[in-house]
Design a protein around this ligand. Sequence first.
Ligand SMILES: Cc1cc2nc3c(=O)[nH]c(=O)nc-3n(C[C@H](O)[C@H](O)[C@H](O)COP(=O)(O)O)c2cc1C
Length: 215
Amino acid sequence: MEKDLSNYRKSYEKHELSLKSVPENPMELFQKWFFEVDRFFPEDENNAMTISTIGLDGFPKSRVVLLKKYTFEGFIFYTNYNSEKGTAIKANPNVCLTFYWSGAERQIIIKGTAEKISENLSDGYFESRPRGSQLGALASDQSDVIANRDELEQKLKQLEAEFEGKEIPRPKYWGGYIVKPKEMEFWQGRPNRLHDRIRYILQENYDWIINRLSP
Ligand SMILES: Cc1cc2nc3c(=O)[nH]c(=O)nc-3n(C[C@H](O)[C@H](O)[C@H](O)COP(=O)(O)O)c2cc1C
């Protein structure tokens, strides 16, 4: 099989990013960009982000998860702590997050460390989820091999019966992580492949060093 994609070419012309215009704290720039994509592209899943971990096999693995909250401290998402990503994070908490917002021709790459959030916070979010999603979290041993889809649906039915009329408790193996950034790079597509790249690196005194990178 062969398919030549060399003619797929887009010119990026929508925005620009200059060192003079950026705030001292990258979370403020994240917030500005997030507000903008959310306002102009509300149909898109703008909180979808790719998280890359280093697995026990030494390979990086990336997958999409949903950002559920951000603060000056970092980025929170929810998952199964026993999943492949959970196992990877336990052994090596260094992760990379990527947002790609094609409508705005923007990418943000974040290197940071992941840690579990408090049980209370995970409880609060779990309680806010629709019942179906709560049962789904209980039904799925995420990343384990299963025989077929039927097995999963049978398990869901069993759980529906077991918890009928009852509150569904958050399973201990399901909860949130916060990724605390150490480095954040903002990429703005520009014409002629001369894109703008501004990188922030966190110093020991918690100041951020800001540099422009060559595209
Ligand atoms: C748009 C989208 C959103 C997703 N959101 C989540 C999420 O918030 N949490 C999660 O555990 N998996 C989410 N997934 C599924 C993950 O990509 C992945 O399949 C799953 O977490 C298992 O990954 P692992 O086996 O590498 O741990 C999402 C997938 C997509 C495409």
